[in-house]
Design a protein around this ligand. Structure first.
Ligand SMILES: NC(=O)c1ccc[n+]([C@@H]2O[C@H](COP(=O)([O-])OP(=O)(O)OC[C@H]3O[C@@H](n4cnc5c(N)ncnc54)[C@H](OP(=O)(O)O)[C@@H]3O)[C@@H](O)[C@H]2O)c1
Length: 248
């Protein structure tokens, strides 16, 4: 088992990519803390995989503080954090209101930052750990009409690199996975209008949440013990061919 007896928090793990990461981690022996805003949903997944659960809105710092306090008290340590929560946007730079900017940045970027801070403080007292951030190709290439989402993902890539440098002395590895378009509601939305983009994926298909989860599992495991500061695309080669038709 790749993660035997590890304690892992996967934010946003009641749906799609986060859910498959939680399932893969549990299959490999980890005790997973399942998380979303909705306690019943988190409890249901936790029961399925034999994990713990906690409900918290990542845009509310006080709720995240309670989440990590609970992890400290109940589990006494944290070995792995995976940040997955993101909300998409549909407006370009000119259409974006300040209210939308602040709302999306609080969820997509500040939420990741606060979770990293809390997790790293626990990990450094326990001899190390692993942090993985889920990102998107639009953070590297830009994407028409998804301004705040794309900018938040670019910032997550910068956050990943900075955290990798700052946390390495504490034996905490920090990496990101750039998910391609995967078969989730977010990934399949408007696929009819995205035919050009679909054709431009070199592997000529969207991915599955399980395929992203397997890459995250590898990065979380000791098999990736010398990997930090990496931003790994799991996207069928899409980022290499992303152009002005891309979204997401
Ligand atoms: N799907 C794609 O094609 C695609 C492509 C590129 C990148 N990605 C990235 O992959 C990641 C996961 O995407 P996904 O499509 O799997 O997401 P998803 O299906 O929308 O799932 C999001 C999860 O986060 C939880 N959540 C949402 N808002 C929250 C909040 N404010 N606080 C706490 N939990 C919250 C949701 O549960 P509740 O609603 O119950 O809180 C759910 O468990 C994201 O970072 C996304 O940007 C996805």
């Amino acid at each position: 088992m790749l993660l035997k007896n590890k304690i892992a928090l996967v934010t946003g793990s009641t749906n799609n990519i986060g859910l498959e990461i939680a399932r893969a981690f549990a299959r490999e022996g980890a005790k997973v803390i399942v998380h979303s805003r909705h306690e019943e949903a988190a409890k249901g997944v936790a029961e399925e995989i034999g994990g713990d659960y906690f409900a918290a809105d990542v845009s509310r710092p006080e709720e995240l503080e309670q989440l990590f306090d609970r992890i400290q008290q109940k589990h006494r340590r944290l070995d792995i954090l995976v940040n997955t929560v993101a909300h998409s946007t549909k407006n370009d730079i000119l259409e974006t209101s300040l209210a939308e900017w602040n709302r999306i940045m609080a969820i997509n970027l500040t939420g990741y930052f606060i979770c990293i801070q809390h997790a790293a403080r626990i990990m450094k007292d326990n001899g190390g750990g692993v942090i993985i951030n889920i990102s998107a190709g639009s953070g590297e290439r830009g994407s028409p009409g998804t301004a705040v989402y794309s900018i938040s993902k670019g910032a997550i890539n910068a956050l990943t690199r900075q955290a990798a440098v700052d946390l390495a002395p504490h034996k905490i590895r920090v990496n990101a996975v750039i998910s391609g378009i995967v078969g989730t509601p977010l990934g399949s939305r408007e696929m009819g209008n995205r035919k050009l983009e679909y054709d431009s994926i070199p592997l000529k298909r969207i991915g599955q949440p399980e395929e992203v989860a397997e890459a995250v599992l590898f990065l979380a495991s000791e098999k990736a013990g010398y990997i930090t500061n990496a931003i790994l695309p799991v996207d069928g080669g899409r980022m290499n061919s992303m152009g002005s038709v891309s979204r997401g």
